[in-house]
Design a protein around this ligand. Structure first.
Ligand SMILES: *Cc1c(COP(=O)(O)O)cnc(C)c1O
Length: 453
């Protein structure tokens, strides 16, 4: 079994890390969807409170974490780092494997690290209600939990297919006092339009984002909240990597490989960005790799260009690796990884050659996750099965090469609400999807052309 490397509570990070000032070139600007001119803080004010907008565009390297947020973090942070002795024994090779476990949070994933921060700043700004989307339900539960702490209402639009498949996530969201609607819904203009043209649609994250944005944009006291992709969200997650750096130092280790699964990019960035900082400073030289599903391969097969964050074309344009905003993914079980784009910062880092990416099929990731669960006693969520599998492949390659590698990965959440996915795997019902090139080409034709790009 694993051994736990516990960081004392006094070592809880005091600051979030902003990677932007450390990069050799700044990330491209965010563009207005109509004019294609760079947006300023005021353009974003209908959707977000000013504190978060200023974090989104900040060029400070560190932003102090308010004590009210640290107080909540302390109920489960610092999260444990585990040395995977059980897994190492199973592989039987020289690799030393470590994982940071974010499943210890109240809703079982890394997402409360930013949900708590976002609810805090919105409450501070006098916002009465937050609207948001959720895929598999992890983000909806995290924001519902955070809103209940700070006394604001929360309205969640959940992708229809997941709403029907995952009744326990809905109950969890309602337990924290939020309201939840299947998306597309009759509540919004955009939802009604989609339902009219396709009444049986399973929905998508892109559609649910359009609905949640519409609710915030058309109601004075409602703001919008996003669980991934945006730079301030990635920054809130850097507590993961800052803690992991200290925990590895406690056992005198430096990683050779750092791995995270990537949907919108937030748990990957949260672990990886502090290690990128160290790599840029020359204190260590790990390979840093994002792993995504072959069914939603934005980093590995998408093109790097300006696109909308949502299907309804309401969000600003961001430069990212995208499969095209009309993308409706196959119903793979890693619901949190079914997004058409990738965080602009993660995309930019890949362009700069600071990180790399790989894609895997779900039958492989579930097979490896089952081995992992038996060796380590933790059942990974469907999303981090991708990180687990990549780390195990890395350790196997080290064994073949006879190399003593140190592998670190982010176990972003547990799978206790996703046992139907494991059951489907055991019953032989999991199917591998390779996202077809002609569908990427078709979706990309709808992506706007930005002059000079
Ligand atoms: C949402 C989620 C993901 C994917 O989102 P990222 O922003 O890419 O991290 C991964 N793992 C878990 C457990 C999630 O809940």
């Amino acid at each position: 079994m694993a051994t736990k490397i516990i960081l004392p509570e006094a070592e809880l990070p005091t600051h979030w890390y902003n990677i932007v000032p450390d990069l050799p070139s700044p990330p491209p600007p965010v563009l207005h969807p109509g004019t294609h001119e760079p947006v300023g803080p005021d353009d974003l004010a209908p959707l977000f409170p000013m504190d978060l907008i200023l974090q989104e565009v900040s060029t400070d390297s560190y932003i102090e974490i308010p004590e009210e947020i640290r107080e909540v973090y302390r109920t489960w942070r610092p999260s444990p780092l585990y040395r995977a002795h059980g897994l190492e024994k199973l592989i039987g090779g020289p690799a030393r494997i470590y994982y940071k476990y974010e499943g210890v949070s109240p809703v079982g994933s890394h997402k409360p690290n930013t949900a708590v921060a976002q609810a805090y700043y919105n409450a501070k700004a006098g916002v009465k209600k937050l609207s948001t989307e959720t895929g598999a339900g992890q983000w909806g539960s995290a924001l519902a939990f955070a809103c209940s702490l700070f006394g604001i209402e929360c309205e969640v639009y959940q992708v229809r297919a997941s709403y029907d498949q995952k009744p326990y996530r809905k109950a969890l969201i309602e337990t924290f006092g939020a309201t939840i609607h299947p998306s597309p819904s009759p509540n919004t203009n955009y939802g009604r339009a989609v339902l009219e043209s396709d009444p049986d649609t399973p929905g998508s994250l892109g559609i649910a984002i359009s609905e949640a944005v519409e609710v915030a944009a058309t109601n004075e006291d409602v703001k919008y909240s996003l669980g991934s992709v945006l730079s301030h969200v990635l920054m809130h997650q850097t507590v993961i990597g800052e803690e992991a750096l200290k925990q590895l130092a406690m056992v005198d280790e430096k990683p050779d490989v750092v791995i995270g699964c990537a949907g919108g990019g937030s748990n990957f960035a949260g672990l990886a960005f502090p290690f990128v900082r160290e790599k840029l400073a020359g204190t260590m030289d790990p390979v840093i790799r994002a792993v995504e599903p072959a069914a939603a391969p934005s980093l590995t097969r998408g093109s790097y260009q300006f696109d909308f964050g949502d299907t309804g074309q309401m969000t600003p344009l961001v430069k990212m690796h995208t499969l095209g905003h009309p993308f409706v993914p196959e119903p793979i079980h890693a619901g949190g990884l079914r997004y058409h784009g990738m965080a602009p910062l993660v995309s930019h880092l890949q362009e700069l050659g600071l990180i790399e990416s790989n894609s895997l099929h779900q039958t492989e990731t579930f097979a490896k996750a089952v081995d992992f669960a038996q060796a380590e006693g933790i059942i990974p969520g469907p999303e981090p099965t991708h990180a687990v599998a990549e780390a195990m492949n890395e350790a196997e390659r080290a064994k073949e090469a006879g190399e003593e590698k140190v592998v670190l990965f982010n176990l972003s959440g547990h799978g206790h609400f996703d046992m139907a996915a494991y059951q489907a795997y055991f019953d032989g019902h999991l199917v591998d999807y390779e996202h077809p090139q002609h569908q990427i080409d078709e979706a990309m034709q709808k992506v706007p052309v930005v002059a000079g790009e």
